[in-house]
Design a protein around this ligand. Structure first.
Ligand code: ASP
Length: 403
């Protein structure tokens, strides 16, 4: 049986069993099942820093020269930012039509502690690693990316035999990382089941119902973005059939849905894009790790919906300028959103702060954040794949023209 089918079955099973088991069985589930899910997440996390570091360096050195690097880097970042800005707008449009949160009582959500959000400048400062080893140890991916970019540029600049030696070394390390990821993927259906079961058993349908409108808005926004923007990118930008694109991405999508982490899904996404969608290793090794960290379309949709939802709950009318500010802050904020579960909630705090919306509203969203995270992370990952497909195609055309 195909791996993505197995993962899907595990996902459906976890929902059915979770609903039957309910909160009464949480003691048993948390003791016996949840730790297996954590082990699975740890297995994936174990590979994040090695994959990001090695594949980015290999990706850059594979590009060969600084000009090519500048060309691909420029296109990639531009496309990532553009799709993110469009994504927030989709969030606004859907929430503007559905009006989530009208009539909701704030007291329902209870008290939730939210970490203080960094300012945009703090996000930029934190991108530069004072100590790359410490960033790797802490799993801070953005500084690791910046470090890898410098190493890659350094290797290209050094050139000659010494550069070849280092390139081979990083290439071999990347290869070993992919092999290990293959092992981890084999057990992913078990991991997915054990991760989702506690979430379903704990939340059940009753807790989700009052906030269903937000979930529906985020889900519709994500679906629209995928079917309009990604379909257009795949079809017109990458000349790829939609069936091929969406089915080729299915494993990555399902893993993103269940792990709520783009970083954790990165290894699977790389494998899918290379093996199922036939993208070049050079391009995927550069575009996807960058995307897993700076491209967060699903998170952007969620920020648009939640900002309007919170404004509705507190009876505030958002002005057009405030909406523009949310788009700008959300787009920049998505660069600093780590590809880990729940990171979007912290960046939402930054967005709310930017336009002066009450942070108390976060408590409402926090209660259903895990469910929202599933939708937004899958879109974050799909978006990386779609942009990567376009860059891959334009590079093919560029290489053909240059030949
Ligand atoms: N969990 C998301 C991701 O990994 C980030 C977020 O919380 O929005 O892509």
């Amino acid at each position: 049986m195909h791996l993505s089918v197995k993962i899907f079955i595990a996902l459906v099973l976890s929902v059915v069993v979770g609903l039957i088991a309910g909160p009464d069985s949480l003691g048993f589930i948390n003791w016996w099942i949840a730790p297996i899910g954590t082990m699975f997440i740890n297995l994936i996390k174990m590979m994040i820093v090695p994959v990001v570091l090695t594949s980015l360096v290999v990706g850059m050195t594979g590009l060969g020269d600084i000009h090519k690097l500048g060309r691909i880097g420029g296109k990639t970042i531009l496309l990532y930012l553009m799709t993110t800005a469009v994504a927030i707008t989709f969030g606004f449009i859907v929430a503007g039509i559905v009006h989530p949160g009208v009539g909701l009582d704030l007291a329902q959500a209870g008290e939730v502690k939210i970490k203080e959000a960094p300012s945009i400048m703090q996000v930029f400062v934190a991108m530069i690693p004072a100590n790359p080893v410490s960033s790797m140890a802490k799993g801070d991916i953005l500084p690791v990316i910046i470090f890898a970019l410098f190493v890659g540029v350094g290797i290209i600049k050094v050139g000659g035999e010494r550069a070849k030696l280092l390139t081979k070394f990083f290439d071999a390390c990347a290869e070993v990382s992919y092999v290990i990821i293959g092992f981890v993927m084999e057990v992913s259906p078990i991991g997915v089941f054990c991760l989702l079961l506690p979430v379903v058993a704990k939340n059940g349908p009753a807790v989700l119902l009052p906030l269903l409108s937000v979930i529906i808005c985020v889900a519709i926004g994500c679906a629209l973005h995928a079917f309009i923007v990604y379909s257009a990118l795949a079809k017109f930008g990458a000349h790829m059939s939609l069936k091929k694109f969406f089915s080729g991405m299915s494993e990555a999508w399902l893993i993103a849905f269940s792990t709520c982490s783009s970083s954790a899904t990165l290894p699977v996404n790389m494998k899918n894009c290379q093996e199922k969608l036939g993208m070049s290793r050079d391009v995927t090794s550069f575009v996807l790790p960058l995307g897993a960290t700076i491209n967060m379309d699903g998170t952007a949709i969620y920020q648009g919906v939640c900002a309007l939802f919170i404004a509705n709950v507190f009876g505030i009318d958002l002005s057009f300028t405030q909406m523009l500010m949310i788009i700008l802050a959300g787009t920049l904020g998505s660069i600093g959103t780590a590809g880990v579960p729940g990171a979007g909630l912290i960046m939402l705090a930054m967005v709310l702060q930017t336009v002066g919306l009450p942070l108390e509203g976060l408590a409402l969203v926090a209660g259903i954040d895990r469910v929202l995270d599933m939708f937004r992370t899958s879109i974050n990952v799909l978006g990386d794949g779609a942009v990567c497909a376009v860059i891959n195609e334009t590079e093919k055309e560029y290489n053909n023209n240059a030949a």
